[in-house]
Design a binder for this molecule. Structure first.
Ligand code: ZN
Length: 174
């Protein structure tokens, strides 16, 4: 039984380094707004992933992310090495839609698109930014959110093509 197993084959037009998302699905955006609302009075933070070229499709909740009233701390070392990962999303209970200085440091460090959600988290209370903190337009596409909860990132299903095989666990019965 393989230890690492790809969940799907990467198609030739899969998102690549250099492709920036131009859109987000309504379902993904609504999930993020709902998570932000339920996290009040604290901030909410998550990771955005593109499963289609140029479209942010998935909201991932990262284990170890701690939410506070002033900030959400991302545990970036927990993130998958995955070209589909597009950036971050987090909420501002204050309602501010512009990035803080700490946000700008996060944006520059990692990811191509970052979304800030502002309380009261109604459908228009969000802005998207690039890695330099410049506001970017994202189209909202697709049908409204269904009942499915956001996915939780589980390290055991991550597949890295570049990763060497994991040696078998030592056995005691030698
Ligand atoms: Zn912020």
């Amino acid at each position: 039984m393989p230890i690492f197993r790809p969940t799907r084959r990467r198609s030739p037009d899969a998102p690549r380094v250099g492709s920036s998302p131009k859109a987000i699905t309504r379902r993904c955006l609504d999930s993020a707004l709902a998570c932000a609302s339920s996290a009040l009075p604290n901030e909410f933070g998550g990771v955005l992933r593109s499963d289609e070229p140029g479209v942010i499709t998935d909201l991932l909740l990262v284990p170890g992310t701690t939410a506070g009233r002033r900030h959400a701390n991302f545990q970036l070392y927990m993130l998958p090495v995955d070209l589909g990962v597009a950036g971050t999303v987090h909420s501002h209970p204050s309602g501010a839609l512009h990035p803080s200085d700490a946000d700008l440091r996060l944006f520059r460090h990692w990811g191509r698109r970052h979304i800030i959600l502002g309380a009261p988290y109604t459908s228009g209370q969000w802005r998207a930014y690039d890695g330099n903190g410049n506001e970017m337009h994202l189209d909202v596409v697709g049908p409204p959110r269904g009942v499915a909860p956001p996915a939780t990132y589980r390290p055991k299903v991550v597949h890295r093509d570049s990763e060497p095989p994991v040696p078998p666990l030592p056995t005691d019965d030698e």
